[in-house]
Design a protein around this ligand. Structure first.
Ligand code: GLN
Length: 458
């Protein structure tokens, strides 16, 4: 049997060997990792080990960690060391896990390919020409490359599920409010949610159990008991009612992805599930509504980076306005600046009702679509992404990148949970040997059911 220290040392050596090329970590923390591993070994020796004691993992660099830089993938926070831990980090430490470091990500979690990181793109471990997805691309690549067995991500519009799909791993976005957002650098506060990324649904079940729960420091976290998410993993699926949203199998869906997803659904039928088509009629409004709401919230959240209190400050400012302007112009990358401009515009006087208020009304309709569907079926299934991982540099136009999120974004607007599970590898050109993700959706707080359904496929 390995000690936690031996396991940690061997993974640190693997990171050293492979991550120069992969670039999945922004910061590796060997000293803290070895100290945590020793503590885990000591706990085991005392007979106090839990299921996660000594588990090595990595944290998306959006979770605040005491004494270790938290950059959010931005030059703005390249020098930022938080004075406290995020609740998720605290809970993972209390469970005895061993963090090996902080993973690469799109700047402030804005992106679908990891190409917006100040620290450079991440390679997809399956194919170095492909992106790993985003924004939690470093977490997905690190797990897929065997650098860590699990990692934490965040998902505002797909950032856990889409990189999980692109890298052939399992990623769960919990119900909004299931996991505390305290200490997670805010992108769009009404959409952001943290969740686990790992090889299997069973691993995700253990991790979700560790991080979920009410937190007095996040007023949007829900005061609701945390079940044992592993208890129902083996429950049989006979009688499970699966809905296939017809809008998720339409134009733009890569035929190889569709084939892999439909084959996965046939496996569920062989396990006793029944399948029917359903409709989510407001699906085509999800991307426009999201790209009003998320930038609006982002422009507000990012106002705090002013060169005074946090992060990057320009050299020799002439006056206060110059300090603000140049610090922000130098600290934020192009996509982040674009979102701040969009958000500031839609929130400005005279535009608020036409854009922001309208988007919130559409959001309510999108949520109702899902609730209506869950009156009919237990879970919804479809692709996590319309294509397998695309090539680095292939999507230069921001709108083509935004369209990439068509199957994930509505889920955040509705606040429901979703999981992406590996559903095969597509072979044919132009996508040689790139993974496909099956997305499974459930109603609010149905995580145990989603994990059960995902696990039965694995
Ligand atoms: N790709 C989406 C965006 O850029 C979603 C990102 C996320 O979930 N953080 O906003």
């Amino acid at each position: 049997e390995f000690s936690s220290r031996e396991l940690t040392e061997s993974l640190l050596a693997r990171i050293e060997r492979l991550d120069g090329d992969l670039n999945s970590f922004i910061t590796v923390t060997p000293e803290q990792a070895l100290a945590a591993a020793d503590a885990a070994d000591a706990a085991r020796a005392r007979g106090e080990a839990g299921p996660l004691t000594g588990l090595p993992l990595a944290l998306k660099d959006i979770f605040c960690t005491t004494g270790v830089r938290t950059s959010a993938g931005s030059k703005m926070l390249d020098n930022f060391v938080a004075p406290y831990d995020a609740t998720v980090v605290e809970k993972l430490q209390a469970a005895g896990t061993v963090s090996l470091g902080k993973t690469n990500m799109d700047e402030f979690a804005m992106g679908s390919s990891n190409e917006n990181s100040f620290y450079g793109p991440v390679k997809n471990p399956w194919d170095g020409a492909a992106v790993p997805g985003g924004s939690s691309g470093g977490s997905a690549a690190a797990v897929a490359a065997g650098l860590v067995p699990a990692a934490m991500g965040t998902d505002t519009g797909g950032s856990i599920r889409q990189p999980a799909a692109f890298c052939g791993i399992t990623g769960l976005k919990p119900t909004y409010g299931r996991v505390s957002r305290y200490g997670i650098i805010a992108y769009a506060s009404s959409l952001d949610q943290a969740g686990p990324m790992a090889r299997t649904a069973a691993d995700c079940a253990h991790l979700l159990g560790a991080i979920a729960g009410h937190d007095l420091r996040d007023s949007t976290s829900v005061a609701r008991g945390v079940p044992d998410y592993t208890a129902e993993l083996e429950a049989p699926l006979s009688g499970l009612k699966i809905g296939l949203p017809k809008e998720y199998f339409g134009e733009g869906l890569d035929p190889d992805v569709e084939r892999a997803v439909r084959e996965a659904i046939r496996v569920y039928e062989s396990l006793g599930a029944t399948v029917r088509e359903v409709s989510l009629p407001h699906t085509h409004y999800a991307i426009p509504a999201y790209y009003v709401i998320a930038p609006a919230e982002a422009s507000s959240n990012l106002a705090r980076y002013d060169g005074v209190r946090f992060g990057h400050r320009c050299d020799a400012p002439a006056d206060l306005t110059d300090l603000y302007k140049r610090s922000r112009a130098e600290g934020f990358g192009e996509e982040v600046q674009r979102r701040i401009l969009m958000g500031t515009h839609t929130l400005s006087e005279g535009f608020f009702d036409a854009y922001y208020k309208k988007a919130q009304q559409v959001r309510r309709l999108i949520r109702q679509d899902f609730l209506d569907a869950f009156d009919e079926v237990d879970v919804l299934m479809g692709p996590a992404s319309p294509t397998p991982a695309f090539d680095l540099g292939a999507k230069k136009d921001p709108v083509s990148m935004y369209l990439q999120d068509i199957y994930t974004i509505a889920i955040n607007l509705a606040g429901i949970p979703g999981i992406s599970v590996p559903a095969g590898i597509v072979g044919g050109r132009p996508a040689e040997g790139r993974p496909v993700g099956l997305q499974i959706l459930g109603t609010h707080f149905a995580e145990a059911r989603l994990l059960n359904v995902a696990h039965q496929f694995q």
